[in-house]
Design a protein around this ligand. Structure first.
Ligand SMILES: Cc1ncc(COP(=O)(O)O)c(C=O)c1O
Length: 466
């Protein structure tokens, strides 16, 4: 007799269980085509269920083509219903890289670029999204335009002009799924075979990977304490674009001087290259006056990329592109082909959040918090590693760079440090094969509470001394 497992304690109805089990056995070939099934009466008796239950399961399988009934002779497995499952052929799917996700209990993670997740304005955001959901027009529940909601683009254009000196109309903005999607869109729009781009060195491995995956040749241009060293930009074969972080170089922290800004713009004009400006966390400037955007100096040659990941939450997946006018149509088309548009409700809630002044108040509050965390981190590094540590890149943002004399952050050393339940990030991740950065680490403090910073530095000391 046919072997079927059914579970009488399950919430799944018996008809459904029998149907699913037979379907699985047919697809896997455990029941082969042409094989005769027991009569409904026999199977019902065998399973201890009513005959109607089996009849309904059989009928469903017949209507979907898994079984066929031959009058007077019984029910048979149909031809062509066997499907070889590819996951059984030795291919295994690796778990996703979870290193972006800060979770492990008792591990103090100094990952850069993560804001204070427990300070997200939950209540306010909840109220705003509820209001948007209840009050938005019926049309807001349908498809929208690829560039994003006009409400958000309008307030964003004003906000960027006021706080970052960005010159744009709402029509030049395309709302994206974080800066990450903006990087990809730019690459897909501008790059063709054989093209090269210029990136700062160091830079994030993710940015290198996005563009090398698109097939671009990467020209890595060194950076110093005045930003990208423009004299190393290639004289022949100019790059399609030069991607820079002028307000706060990632990860070194330098600000691009006005002289270099002008050299960069002159180079772009002379060669026809675009400049891509990644303005990822410059809202958190702790000393000196805010640095204006590069885009404000030359809106026609700069593609400006911003994100709400650091000033609100990376989970929102909201970022944006401010484009030179000639790129707008092509970018809207590409965004539509990729995902039609980003979520309307998040955009409408964010538009209200900015319009009502909540964003600027939130940033001001967070800046105070981050300043305290940064100061604590600096003070403790100096206390635990006197005469040994040199701190830089700490005037802006959510991370700083610490150089520890006489300590190489080799894989072995990093392993010893991680055994102390602290995670730090060597500069070598951002600048592979650059000897001069061997003693430097990048320490994010945005999502590390003061108590954990204290504990973390004690652990770092133990990991380094071992
Ligand atoms: C320098 C820099 N720019 C941009 C991003 C991307 O941010 P998102 O896609 O979350 O907006 C990151 C992410 O960590 C980053 O480090």
């Amino acid at each position: 007799m046919l072997w079927l497992s059914i579970d009488r304690t399950s919430d799944i109805p018996l008809i459904r269980q029998i149907y699913l089990e037979l379907r699985r056995q047919i697809l896997r070939g455990e029941l082969s085509s042409g094989q005769r099934l027991p009569s409904s009466r026999e199977l019902a008796a065998h399973l201890g269920v009513s005959r109607n239950v089996v009849l309904e399961a059989y009928d469903q399988l017949i209507s979907e083509g898994y079984l066929e009934s031959k009058s007077g002779s019984g029910t048979y497995v149909a031809q062509g219903a066997y499907w070889e499952l590819t996951s059984d052929q030795g291919i295994t799917v690796q778990p996703s890289d979870r290193s972006f996700i800060v979770t492990t209990a008792d591990l103090i993670d100094f990952r850069s670029g993560i804001p204070a997740l427990d300070h997200f304005p939950r209540k306010l955001w909840g109220e705003l999204t509820k209001r948007v959901c209840l009050e938005a027009s019926a049309a807001a529940f349908g498809y929208s335009t690829p560039e994003g909601c006009l409400e958000l683009r309008s307030v964003l254009a004003q906000y960027l002009r006021r706080t970052r000196g960005v010159h744009c109309q709402p029509d030049q903005i395309v709302i994206t799924s974080g800066a990450a999607q903006a990087f990809s869109l730019v690459g897909q729009l501008l790059l063709s075979a054989e093209d090269t781009i210029a990136l700062e060195n160091p830079t994030t491995p993710e940015i290198r990977e996005i563009y090398s995956t698109l097939g671009a040749g990467l020209d890595l241009i060194p950076v110093d304490d005045r930003g990208i060293q423009t004299q190393w930009l290639p004289a022949s074969k100019p790059p399609k674009f030069i991607l820079v972080t002028p307000s706060h170089q990632f990860p070194l922290g330098s600000v691009l001087t006005i002289q270099r800004r002008i050299e960069l713009l002159q180079y772009a004009k002379a060669t026809g290259s675009y400049i891509v400006e990644d303005d990822y966390d410059s809202e958190f400037r702790y000393s000196g006056t805010p640095v204006s955007s590069l885009q404000g100096l030359s809106p026609e040659s700069v593609i400006y990329i911003g994100s709400f990941s650091k000033i609100l939450s990376p989970a929102l997946r909201l970022g944006y592109l401010v484009l030179p006018l000639e790129m707008v149509q092509a970018c809207r088309r590409l965004k539509r082909l990729i995902d039609l548009h980003s979520s309307t409700f998040e955009q409408l809630a964010l538009a209200e959040f900015i319009q009502a002044g909540h964003l600027e108040r939130h940033i001001a509050r967070m800046k105070k918090l981050y300043r305290q965390r940064r100061d604590t981190l600096k003070q403790l590094l100096n206390e635990y590693f006197p005469e040994q540590v040199r701190i830089s890149g700490d005037s802006t943002g959510l991370h700083l760079v610490a150089e520890l004399n006489e300590i190489d952050f080799s894989p072995d050393r990093l392993h010893k440090i991680e055994q102390q339940r602290i995670r730090i990030y060597p500069m070598s991740i951002y600048a592979p094969s650059q000897e001069k950065y061997q003693k430097q680490i990048v320490m994010g403090f945005g999502n590390v509470a003061i108590e954990d910073i204290k504990l973390g530095i004690q652990r770092l000391k133990r990991g380094v001394m071992e």
